[in-house]
Design a protein around this ligand. Structure first.
Ligand SMILES: C=CC1=C(C)c2cc3[nH]c(cc4nc(cc5[nH]c(cc1n2)c(C)c5CCC(=O)O)C(CCC(=O)O)=C4C)c(C)c3C=C
Ligand SMILES: [Fe+2]
Ligand SMILES: [Fe+2]
Length: 345
């Protein structure tokens, strides 16, 4: 094994604590090549696609990576942050990292952010923390609901980078926060703020989470339970029931059965039941991205309006709102207990 030469405390900075925010990832541009590279890395992760690589890789390298990058590239172009020339997911993850860094700077805590697929890589985030003198590192995957396909693979990637260090920092990981009071408070606030600004009163607030193959849940992935936990707490915070705020799953990929009910058909079926005014919240996404802005904000919206819906609103993801940074700071401080001095009473 070749070891990286970077070591904790390698710089002039004294021993420090570091926090690494990790999110999913995104292509570097919307062109065919960049999207193909990104999807190739993403869909080669065996936490994402569990099928035998001898069977999966020819399918991936054949039809999928030939056809899908064009369609996905078009979707990225519709939502691209032109000002920064990057995807919204990267813009918001950076904003979350910078805002959290400001909150933790008085305690001498360094913050970096990174992506599981694409750039900036998790290895580069860890290297940056080590160069800043961090001897203790907290990994904070930006997924409120645990899944092996998200939280675990982000942490795996960090540990892969740590495997290459002779002198490793001490490491902690943040547990899922699907019903953490600060998370539920941030979601409830975003719903209330959105509703206040709307020219109509929605008859339903449909909650849409990224889906997962049903087989993964049957094999023990706790993701579906985590989503339910979020919804129970959020409905309670907003005094709504399951009819007023149903739980649905979006972003199905491939022919297998995924978690149900599926978001798109449920929403397209609402006008036939007399429900023509809706808002959609996507609580599992900490930042707006192609799945929220395009799949829900464009595709599902058009289907709803074509089916007879009249009013459709998106509740923005938590992004870098002050309540979101309160949540990230709260999570970090909670998990840094014993590393950071206890707050004086
Ligand atoms: C088998 C495939 C997939 C699994 C399992 C999966 C799980 C999963 N993903 C997210 C969050 C995001 N996924 C995003 C994009 C995306 N996801 C898949 C496939 C699976 N996801 C694909 C092919 C894509 C790319 C877009 C496309 O081609 O349709 C994103 C957006 C990234 C961005 O830059 O905007 C997020 C976020 C979760 C939370 C999850 C498991 C619960
Ligand atoms: Fe996904
Ligand atoms: Fe999608």
């Amino acid at each position: 094994m070749t070891f990286l030469t970077v070591r904790p405390g390698d710089s002039i900075a004294p021993s420090r604590i570091g926090v690494l925010l990790t999110n999913l990832g995104t292509p570097d541009d919307t062109g065919y090549g960049a999207v193909r590279r990104y999807l190739g890395e993403f869909l080669s992760d065996r936490r994402i696609i569990e099928a035998n690589p001898a069977i999966w890789q020819p399918i991936l390298r054949g039809p999928i990576l030939t056809l899908r990058p064009r369609r996905t590239g078009r979707a990225y172009r519709r939502i691209w942050n032109q000002e920064r020339d990057e995807s919204p997911l990267r813009t918001y993850t950076r904003a979350q990292g910078e805002a959290l860094a400001e909150r933790l700077a008085p305690d001498g805590v360094a913050v970096e952010w990174a992506m599981r697929y694409g750039t900036p890589s998790i290895a580069s985030g860890i290297a940056a923390l080590l160069q800043r003198g961090c001897e203790k590192v907290l990994l904070l995957p930006l997924y409120p609901q645990y899944s092996a396909t998200t939280t675990a693979t982000a942490n795996d990637q960090a540990f892969r980078a740590l495997m290459r260090l002779r002198n490793q920092p001490a490491v902690r990981t943040v547990p899922p926060f699907s019903d953490h009071p600060l998370y539920i408070a941030a979601l409830a606030r975003s719903v209330r703020e959105t509703l206040t600004g709307l020219p109509f009163v929605p008859q339903r607030i449909v909650a849409s989470f990224h889906g997962l193959p049903r087989a993964y849940v049957e094999k023990g992935d706790p993701y579906a339970e985590e989503c339910t936990r979020t919804m129970v707490a959020l409905r309670q915070a907003l005094d709504m029931d399951e009819t007023a705020m149903p739980l649905t799953y979006q972003s199905r990929f491939g022919p297998a059965q995924w978690l149900e009910p599926y978001t798109a058909p449920l929403i397209a079926g609402l006008p036939a039941q007399g429900v023509t005014r809706i808002a959609v919240i996507m609580p599992g996404f900490m930042a707006d991205c192609i799945e929220t802005l395009d799949e829900i904000g464009n595709e599902v919206r058009s289907e709803f309006l074509a089916a007879g819906g009249t009013d459709f609103a998106l509740v923005p993801c938590l992004n870098a709102a002050p309540a979101t940074i309160d949540l990230l700071e709260g999570l970090a401080r909670q998990e840094l207990a014993g590393w950071l001095p206890a707050p004086s009473a």
